[in-house]
Design a protein around this ligand. Structure first.
Ligand SMILES: [Zn+2]
Ligand SMILES: [Zn+2]
Length: 145
């Protein structure tokens, strides 16, 4: 009984400190940061799409879209709020091909594959020509007999 009485005052003090922290968080709303990219809301406005409160509830819309696209998870990891998302095609097939070829690694792979394709096409044309010539020679020598 005596121990619980001595422990009671510190609990009240911790409640006071948490309420002070909440007030200071509200004051620092302009310095709030996105929970994905950790940057502030100066470049893009921070939104609160789920039930998370405080600094863990701030997120950029583009960061949330990128996170859903890359991870394939459409709910908050903390509060399990289900995001309603609508999948739309961002680029046409031609635009995505152009973007893909802008990557230097992809471009070098495309160039090496094109060189291999040209070499194999020339080899295949030579083989088909030799087969056709061989058939022609074989058929003419067969009719000569
Ligand atoms: Zn962000
Ligand atoms: Zn959440």
């Amino acid at each position: 009984m005596l121990k619980s009485e001595t422990q009671l005052p510190p609990i009240i003090e911790s409640d006071n400190t948490t309420s002070v922290e909440v007030i200071s968080l509200d004051r620092k709303l302009s310095t709030a940061f996105c929970k994905i990219c950790y940057s502030g809301g100066s470049c893009e406005q921070l939104i609160h799409p789920c039930f998370c409160k405080g600094s863990v509830g701030n997120i950029h819309l583009t960061c949330l879209e990128r996170w859903i696209n890359e991870c394939g998870i459409d709910r908050c990891e903390l509060c399990l709020f289900q995001f309603t998302s609508d999948q739309t095609r961002r680029y046409t097939v031609w635009q995505s091909l152009v973007i893909w070829t802008r990557n230097p690694v992809h471009r070098s792979l495309l160039i090496s594959d094109s060189i291999v394709m040209v070499v194999l096409t020339i080899v295949m044309a030579c083989l088909i020509t030799s087969v056709v010539m061989g058939m022609t020679v074989f058929s003419t020598s067969k009719t000569d007999r």
